[in-house]
Ligand binder design. Structure first.
Ligand code: FES
Length: 87
């Protein structure tokens, strides 16, 4: 089986305040809607700030650090992981 993509959402206080609370809700909603909940490892990083607070909120996808993540960017990232038309 292919390795699952891993999405790490920084839940340090800065990222949380800057929007990762909403980003998390968005990710969960997306996965739920597409029936992908078991296809991704979503990890919440509550204690370990990634050190990118100034450019947060930060979401790391398979080791790639995304900064200033909003709903639009999060949507693009999810779409590229799971292209709707790929069968
Ligand atoms: S709180 Fe997320 S990078 Fe610092």
């Amino acid at each position: 089986m292919e390795k699952k993509p891993k999405i790490t959402i920084c839940m340090g206080s800065s990222c949380f305040a800057r929007g990762n609370e909403r980003n998390l809700a968005f990710v969960e909603e997306f996965l739920e809607k597409r029936g992908l909940k078991d296809e991704v490892d979503v990890e919440l990083d509550g204690s370990l700030c990634t050190g990118n607070c100034a450019s947060g909120p930060v979401v790391i996808v398979d080791g790639k650090v995304h900064t200033r993540v909003d709903r639009g960017l999060m949507g693009d990232v999810l779409e590229s992981l799971f292209p709707e038309n790929a069968k």
